[in-house]
Design a protein around this ligand. Structure first.
Ligand code: ZN
Length: 452
């Protein structure tokens, strides 16, 4: 991945207004569109995104009031609106749009109903935008080796509230104490799902939301992944997410959406610095060699499948991880999607392929198998190709937080913060579309890429 170079302000504004997204989203809120006459609703959405460029609405207002900035913004806006089939053009003599007016409209944008419409519309149109840049296309990769451009990823982050807890009366009523892998933090736990290409600006944010029940980040992540899947369908092959997922979540994503989940396995316990993974028995696989039945006992450990044998002293010995041959998927009525993983069992007499289910089996209690077994385990050489995409989740969190002052939320209450993260997503996505249009080394279609 090339080193990230923050785009210049002029380039960001150019990209934002050239992008159809602000007009796409505004058109989905037709009631509100009719009520915002002087400054079209799409211009308000652009204001929210521009506030991220300037890191605060005070700074943005100062900028818009200086020189001919506003005239330039109106010109860029109208150019984009004229190109969009549902674009609403603005009176070139309209007064400067400032924070007071934006905040009034923001109250409507963040009503329960409108915010839900916006969240879904953001996903619908961002998936379309991603396709336009060569991502989430229905070709390329396979179940065995999902293509990075067909792999979505996400993470949660806690955004600290605008005011301190001690600042009574101005407190954020929605902020809570969260315990994450990165420690205790007070604020709102937001989640973003995205897809990306190999170049710096080729990231498209696909969904944003907020964890509604403390400690249940995986539930919100799955809700957002469903939302993306409802639009992108089987163009998605895999999901990369950090440690919030356990067996039950893996099973949901595999069986309900038919997706391959790529992440590390939770360790059973720690011994010093070492993570010790428990072993999940998988059963016995037999084949006939000559006139005798030969039996192999398999277990899952740290996502991989191993063969168990006994040493001379009767101690248990695990083989090296068995090599994956193929991942297959089929549909089974009410149970939904079923996966099966073919691995090569290296029998010295006659090697053969054993097929193993990653789903809970009759007689097994709980979700130990999907929790500990992976269709694409860490030991496989394709794992780092996909797992590496996860680093970009941290870039999303860091990139968004860089646009906040002192790392604090730009508004009070989780709804405004979700809208704000979405506004940042508009900016980020418009840059992805802009660089795909202007770059000669564009990502192109996933089908054009060499197989991975
Ligand atoms: Zn054998």
């Amino acid at each position: 991945m090339t080193r990230y170079r923050p785009p210049a302000v002029a380039e960001q504004l150019e990209a934002l207004f050239a992008c159809p997204l602000i007009h796409d989203l505004a058109a989905e809120l037709s009631d509100l569109t009719r009520r915002t006459r002087r400054h079209p609703l799409a211009m308000h959405l652009a204001y929210g995104a521009m506030a991220r460029v300037y890191r605060s609405s005070n700074r943005l207002d100062a900028e818009l009031l200086s020189g001919d900035t506003w005239a330039h913004v109106v010109e860029l806006y109208n150019k984009g609106a004229a190109r969009h089939p549902l674009g609403v053009e603005m009176d070139p003599n309209a007064p400067v749009l400032l924070a007071d007016t934006y905040r009034h409209v923001r109250e409507h944008l963040t009503s329960e109903e409108n915010l839900e419409v916006l969240q879904v519309a953001f996903t619908t149109h961002s998936v379309a935008l991603a396709r336009g840049t060569g991502l989430l296309l229905p070709t390329g990769g396979s179940r065995t080796r999902p293509h990075p451009s067909r792999t979505i990823y996400g993470d949660g982050t806690v955004v600290r509230p605008l005011y301190n807890r001690a600042d009574h009366g101005r407190q954020d009523p929605d902020a809570e104490e969260h315990t994450r892998h990165d420690g205790q933090i007070y604020g709102n736990n937001l989640v973003a799902i995205a897809v990306r290409g190999p170049l710096a600006q080729q990231r498209v944010v696909l969904a944003v939301g907020r964890v509604q029940e403390r400690g249940h980040e995986a539930d919100e992540a799955i809700r957002l992944i469903r939302q993306v899947h409802a639009v992108a369908g089987d163009a998605i092959q895999a999901v990369v997410y950090d440690g919030a997922f356990r067996g039950v979540h893996h099973e949901t994503l595999m069986s309900e959406l038919g997706l391959i989940v790529v992440n590390k396995v939770h360790a059973g316990r720690r011994v010093g610095d070492e993570r010790v993974h428990r072993q999940v028995p998988l059963g016995e696989w037999s084949h006939v060699v000559g006139r005798r039945t030969c039996t192999h006992t398999l277990v899952a450990q740290n996502g991989s499948i191993h063969e168990v044998s006994f040493d001379d002293g009767g101690g248990l010995v695990l083989s090296e991880p068995l090599v994956r041959k193929q991942v297959r998927r089929y549909e089974r009525g009410k149970e939904g999607w079923r996966f099966t993983l073919g691995i090569t069992i290296t029998c010295p007499r006659d090697p053969f392929v054993g097929w193993i289910s990653p789903h809970p089996q009759p007689g097994e209690r709980g979700y130990g198998r999907p929790d500990q077994l992976r269709l694409l385990p860490e030991s496989d050489k394709h794992f780092p190709v996909l797992y590496g995409i996860r680093n970009d989740s941290e870039s999303i969190n860091a990139g968004y937080k860089r646009t906040l002052i002192a790392d604090r939320a730009s508004g009070k209450g989780w709804r405004r913060q979700v809208l704000d993260l979405m506004s940042w997503g508009l900016l980020s996505n418009s840059l992805a579309a802009y660089s795909a249009d202007t770059s000669t080394t564009s990502f192109g279609s996933a089908a054009d890429l060499p197989p991975v």
